[in-house]
Design a protein around this ligand. Sequence first.
Ligand SMILES: [Ca+2]
Ligand SMILES: [Ca+2]
Length: 167
Amino acid sequence: MKPKILLPVLIIISTMIGCKKDDPAASITYSKVAITKVTLLGISNGNNGVNWDNALAGNYPDVYFKITQAGTTTSIFDLPTNQRYENIQNSSLPLSWNFNSPYLIITNLSSSIDVDLYDFDSLSTDEYMGTTRFSFATYTTGSSKYPPSATVISGSYIVKLDFIWSN
Ligand SMILES: [Ca+2]
Ligand SMILES: [Ca+2]
């Protein structure tokens, strides 16, 4: 009788081991994410119908960004304004900014960040354009967690962040 019992038991054990091998991603967790690149994919042509700059003279917004804790003015990163892209229209996009290693590190993966876009103006105060919000809790759960990038659409504004996840 013993050999007849042994074979089904072996099949069950090998099936259990097989399940673990087939799904290694389910057990992976990361404690931080590096933002390696910010890509601008869409902007609004104006502020409530008013052009950002003198479009009739061929002037369009001169775009840079600041990253803040979501919903606050607490700065995480301010792009130096001399790294702005000048005279941007949607036909100019995509445009991107790369961070250098070790990149921009986010260690609180339950937090959210805002990417705030601005129009640099040399003769007046820079104009706030719009915000896209990235919630890391969204990217650390579910079947497609820890994506290599995420794209957020907020009205006319579309921003993509590239990620490297690690511990
Ligand atoms: Ca302006
Ligand atoms: Ca401007």
